[in-house]
Structures are given as C-alpha cells and as structure tokens.
Design a protein around this ligand. Structure first.
Ligand code: GN1
Ligand code: MG
Length: 389
C-alpha cells in the first residue's frame, strides 16, 4: 500500500490507481480552472487544483481546502469522447450514491462521506458543468485519509471481496431500468469482438499483419467466450447493477487497511456479476502488471483468488447457482475482453486508451492474453476452490 505519511502523501482517488502527477498548470489554465471551480457549490476556500495521474480515461485534480479541517474536493474532466452521454452517466452516479447513502444512514453509519462518493452540484444545481468549449467537469467531496492500492494481500483481498459483494447487495433493490448504459454494450463480448473485426478490416494503422499470432489466440476462444451472452438470451443468466470497473485500485482503504469506499462509478450499469468478479481478479490476482512487458512475471495469484472469493461469497448472498458456477469463467472472460479491447485500440492506432509509449497497447494486449492463458491452466483449481467456499 502507498504510504499515508506527510511526505509520501496519498489522499485518495476517484478513478484508477492514484499517483501524484508532477506537471504544473500553466497560467492560462489557472484562469480556466478558477472559472471552473467557481461553477461548483463549494462552501469553503480552496487552493489551486493539482493534477493527478490516475486512470487511463479521465483527467483528475485534487482541490485542497485552504484551511485545515475544511472540505477538500476531487475535480474531474470527463472524457466525453468515451462517455458520450454525460448527463445519463452523472445521473447514474447520483442515483447509485444516493441509494447507498440512504442504506448507510439507515444502518446508523458514521462518516458517510468517506464511505460513499458525494457529488458536488454546480451553483445551478446541475450534476456537471459544461464549458463553452464543450468540456464536461464534475466534482466530488475528497475522501480524506484514504488510499488506493495497486495490489492486495490475501487478507485485504478477503475484505475487498466482502466490500464488492456488499456494494452489489446494496444495489440489488435498485431497479436497473433506472440506470442507463453509460457506454452501450460496455462488457458485451460479442460487441467487443465485432469492434475488433471492424478494426481489423480497416487496419487504419497498418498493424494487423504484426498481430496474427494474437488474432489466432482470440479466434480460437470466440465461441467459449460468448457463452455469457448466450445464457442471457436463453434467460439463464440475469443482469444486475454492476460496477463494471472493479480494478484493484478502484477501492479506497482507510489507514488501518480496511475497505472504505468504492470509487470510479462511471461505468456503474446493468451487467453480469461475472464482470465485477472477473475484473477484480484480472487486476488483483495477477502476479504481474496489466501492462507487464515481461510475460514471465504473469501468473495467477491463487491465494488472492481464494481470499477474494471467500469474502465475496459471504456478502453476495443473492447469487444464483449458475452465477456462482461461472465465476472462474468470469475471470477468463474479463481477461479475454481486455485483450480484445487493447488489441482493437492498437489496430485503430491508439484512439481510446491513454498510452505512455508507442507500443503500449500492444504490450498491454500481450500481457492480458498471457494472463488468460495462465488462468486457463488453473481453471480446475479455481473451480475446486469455489466449491470449497
Ligand atoms: C479503463 O481509466 P480506468 O482505469 O478507470 C476502462 C476499463 C478498463 C481499464 C483497463 C471506461 O479504466 O474498462 O478495464 O481502463 N474504462 C473505460 O485498465 O473504458
Ligand atoms: Mg474507470
């Protein structure tokens, strides 16, 4: 876990793993930033926003209170090229956070603003601010004295499993017809494969020839990986409200290492529970990094798998038998889906994910494919653990 001390300070995050970003804001941007800050219904005086390097989609800033003891904030520019229905997306977040807040209040919980995100409306009472140049901004209360982690221990994986299980449970009585798909077909693998096929046919960046081996690996698994969609059509697999980005760094922990708050709610929408289970394992039960260039670093961490599964099943009491049985499949599905998505972006010439170097999306693709292959090797073991849980 990152440190909480004064020097390696770590505040919290609302999207993706958080690392302080050392670039400064230019004078022009400072004026714009002041204008943006003025739009939100902030009660106290704040300092200049500081950019944070978190997530690979939105731009994020921390806005600290001028005076100790007052509220600090988390400001984000929403990537509206990716989230094209910002209004629907913000309403989803508002509905979900309000729903959870009511549950926490009813349970007599304290310190609720550190346990569920709170959106700060604009002066006009809107959930986001749109600038004249067409950018969208939103603001949350900053979660103080909390940190995200890039990896978990079996102990914290157990607690995290409970936390995500609880999150799904808290939302299980919110009718999902109330939420929109902030990105349509977001975790629909049939749709993702279709996007891959289109990218391949277009070959906009002239990269198809160089990834024939990966494409072969994707192709031989197509039928197996579309199982969830088939089961849904047959009425056997339900959709529920899911987080849809349960990366390990999308949960904040308190100083004692206890899960505090689930963050990055951009993709909260109806989906299969397999998504949330699988995406956590994709990011946490991997001994390597999501973009590890050394493929030999990548193996499944079975201790994390077992601990998270135990924690999750303790809280996710609403699961049907088929949902439970398919959890190990969900791990493979999400690694496969991320392989397909990174590969599609590579073929399209890197138009979706932020990259840090030219081959980044290709390296990410290979790392996710390797993880899938590693998960396949331990499939029987995963199923056994699940039965024991
Ligand atoms: C994106 O930016 P971040 O880390 O929240 C992506 C996820 C991927 C993830 C891969 C809206 O999430 O679906 O799993 O990158 N979010 C969107 O690291 O596409
Ligand atoms: Mg995200």
């Amino acid at each position: 876990m990152k440190e909480f001390g004064d020097t390696h300070f770590l505040f919290y995050l609302c999207s993706g793993g958080m690392v302080m970003h050392h670039t400064t804001i230019s004078p022009n941007n400072i004026t714009t930033m002041k204008e943006i800050l003025k739009q939100f219904a902030i009660e106290n005086e704040v300092k200049e926003p500081q950019p944070l390097k978190i997530g690979i989609i939105n731009d994020s800033y921390v806005v600290r209170a001028k005076n100790i003891g007052e509220r600090s904030y988390f400001l984000q520019r929403i990537n509206h090229h990716i989230f094209q229905n910002v209004d629907g997306l913000q309403q989803n977040i508002q509905k979900v956070t309000e729903h959870i807040r009511h549950k926490l209040e009813a349970a007599g919980e304290h310190d609720i603003d550190r346990k569920v995100l709170r959106l700060i409306p604009t002066q006009e009472g809107k959930l986001y601010y749109k600038t004249s140049s067409g950018d969208y901004w939103r603001m949350y209360v900053l979660i103080e004295n909390a940190a995200s982690q890039e990896s978990v221990t079996p102990e914290s994986a157990f607690l995290t499993g409970e936390a995500f299980g609880r999150f799904q449970c808290q939302l299980s009585d919110l009718p999902f017809s109330e939420l929109c798909e902030s990105i349509p077909n977001f975790h629909n693998i049939e749709f993702r494969l279709q996007q891959l096929d289109e990218a391949l046919a277009l070959d906009a960046a002239g990269r198809a020839e160089g990834c024939k081996d990966i494409l072969h690996e994707v192709d031989i698994r197509r039928e197996e990986m579309c199982l969830a969609e088939r089961l849904f059509r047959e009425g056997k697999l339900p959709k529920r409200i899911n987080h849809c980005d349960t990366k390990v760094n999308n949960i904040m922990f308190d100083k004692a290492g206890r899960p505090l708050c689930i963050v990055d709610l951009d993709t909260v929408m109806p989906g299969y529970v397999l998504s949330d289970f699988g995406d956590f394992m994709r990011s946490a039960a991997n001994t390597g990094r999501e973009d590890d260039s050394c493929l030999d670093n990548i193996h499944v961490n079975m201790d994390v798998f077992e601990a998270y599964t135990r924690g999750y099943l303790r809280e996710a009491t609403f699961l049907t038998d088929i949902e439970k049985e398919l959890l190990p499949y969900g791990c493979r599905l999400l690694s496969y889906m991320q392989t397909v998505r990174f590969l599609t972006d590579w073929l399209n010439g890197d138009t979706y994910y932020k990259i840090q170097y030219p081959e980044h999306n290709l390296v990410r693709t290979r790392a996710q494919l390797r993880l899938l292959q590693e998960q396949e090797k331990v499939q029987a073991e995963m199923e056994k653990i699940l039965l024991n849980c």
